[in-house]
Write a protein that binds this ligand. Structure first.
Ligand SMILES: Cc1ncc(COP(=O)(O)O)c(C=O)c1O
Length: 419
């Protein structure tokens, strides 16, 4: 038996929270739905679903161009959502908050629009081995198109970034771009230290906060980064909307990414004048209902309290690490930092030599939803020496019973593949 880890009492009333999420009421394969895939996408509370239905039933009109009441209401709802997001992440103003399709598009905006304008052949761009493909592939494209040099901060065996060579890696760099939390290991990276190293070397700092913003209190101003990207659907919001936060200076120095309607102040036969921030980056009809839904998600998370969300997740992660390790011993290897306070509620694991897809198929028969695969982090998989893992991920609506259901599912898979 491992020694119990002292953790704070859970401040969330998960039994009540579960009732806010209609999907958790349904059965799958004759069993209670046990949803453990929130790092992939979170479930949506009724308040978010209703805000979207209500928008379409009462307010639907295009934004920024109507001269009638419901169009003004739609614009107010859309821009009101931006104000909620700005407050939620501690932005200085709504001018810093750009709506994109998702985090992937937000990161592409940085690499393609800022990067193409400011990077030249041989410029070093530093990323880490624990990145999601969304923060790798756009830079790979700049290797091909511009000739930038891509450098990698390694991941140590403990699941943390190995910063031994940080000074050398950032020397001469123009960009340091990294995840605030790994979607595979749950590792929380030292954001402020990496931002300081980037700035000290004269580079800009880009933070992929897709796994961080949904789970921890976020104050982008404290981080001091230049750009921060995240995605709405992992934080109780709808799909189809993400956010790029940037300082006004950086956004001003970035040319428009996509072009067309909405993002202009003027168009003539000779050319165009881009719109003001943030609309300069929002070409075409924006994701209006999605923004309204994201605003409702922010309201929901703020009502729970992000400190409470974090405390809940640390305590549940501690329970999961302890109970699963006690139950399965060395057969089960859980990747990532051992200390719950240094990680999020993302549990990537392997069980013996059973393929993760076989594991999750048995889980599925028991109504337990867990993702198997490379989690869009193939370079990290290679460093871990595995082709794939099973990944269970926790959120506000999960409790110890869900972790126990996962344990039972692992036990069932172990029995099945042993026999
Ligand atoms: C760390 C990280 N970055 C970026 C993304 C991409 O998010 P999206 O698919 O919403 O663009 C994900 C999604 O899994 C992620 O976990």
């Amino acid at each position: 038996m491992t020694a119990p880890v002292p953790v704070a009492p859970d401040p969330l009333d998960v039994e009540r929270i579960k009732k806010d999420f209609p999907i958790l009421d349904r059965e799958v394969r004759g069993r209670r739905l046990v949803y453990l895939d929130s790092a992939n996408t979170s479930q949506k509370p009724r308040a978010v679903i209703e805000s979207i239905a209500n928008y379409y039933e009462r307010t639907n009109a295009n934004v920024h161009r109507g001269t009638y009441l419901i169009a003004e209401e739609a614009t107010a709802a859309f821009e009101g959502a931006r104000a909620k997001v700005a407050r939620f992440i501690g932005a200085r103003s709504t001018r810093e908050v750009v709506f994109a399709k998702n985090a992937t598009e937000a990161l592409n905006l940085v690499a393609k629009a800022w990067g193409r304008a400011h990077l030249r052949a041989g410029d070093p761009v530093v990323i880490t081995e624990l990145e999601h493909h969304a923060n790798i592939v756009p830079w790979h494209q700049l290797v091909d198109e511009v000739g930038i040099e891509l450098r990698w901060i390694p991941v140590g065996r403990d699941g943390h970034l190995d910063l031994t060579d940080l000074d050398r890696l950032v020397d001469g760099a123009r960009v340091v771009s990294f995840a605030a939390m790994s979607n595979v290991l749950g590792t929380i990276t030292p954001v402020e230290r990496l931002v300081a190293a980037a700035h000290g070397a004269g580079a800009i700092a880009v933070v992929d906060a897709s796994q961080y913003v949904p789970h921890l209190p976020t104050a982008v101003r404290d981080w001091g980064a230049d750009f921060v990207a995240f995605t709405g659907h992992k934080m109780c919001g709808p799909t189809g909307i993400g956010v790029l936060w940037g300082t006004e200076a950086m956004l001003d120095a970035t040319p428009p990414f996509l072009t067309g309607g909405e993002m202009i102040l003027n168009v003539t036969k000779e050319g165009f004048t881009p719109n003001e921030l943030p609309w300069k980056f929002e070409a075409g009809t924006p994701p209006i209902a999605e923004a309204v839904g994201l605003g409702a998600a922010v309201d929901y998370l703020e009502a729970l309290g992000m400190e409470a969300v974090r405390t809940h997740e640390v305590s549940l992660t501690a329970y999961a690490l302890r109970s699963l390790t006690d139950r399965f011993g060395d057969e089960l290897s859980i990747h990532g930092p051992a200390e719950p306070a240094e990680r999020g509620g993302v549990l990537s694991f392997s069980y013996g030599d059973v393929h993760p897809h076989d594991l999750t198929q048995v889980f599925d028969e028991r109504g337990v939803c867990v993702r198997a695969g490379h989690h869009c982090a193939k370079p990290l998989m290679r460093e871990l020496g595995v082709a794939a893992t099973a990944r269970a991920s926790l959120y506000v609506y999960n409790d110890e019973a869900d972790v126990d259901a996962l344990g039972d599912a692992i036990g069932a898979a172990a029995d099945f593949f042993r026999s």
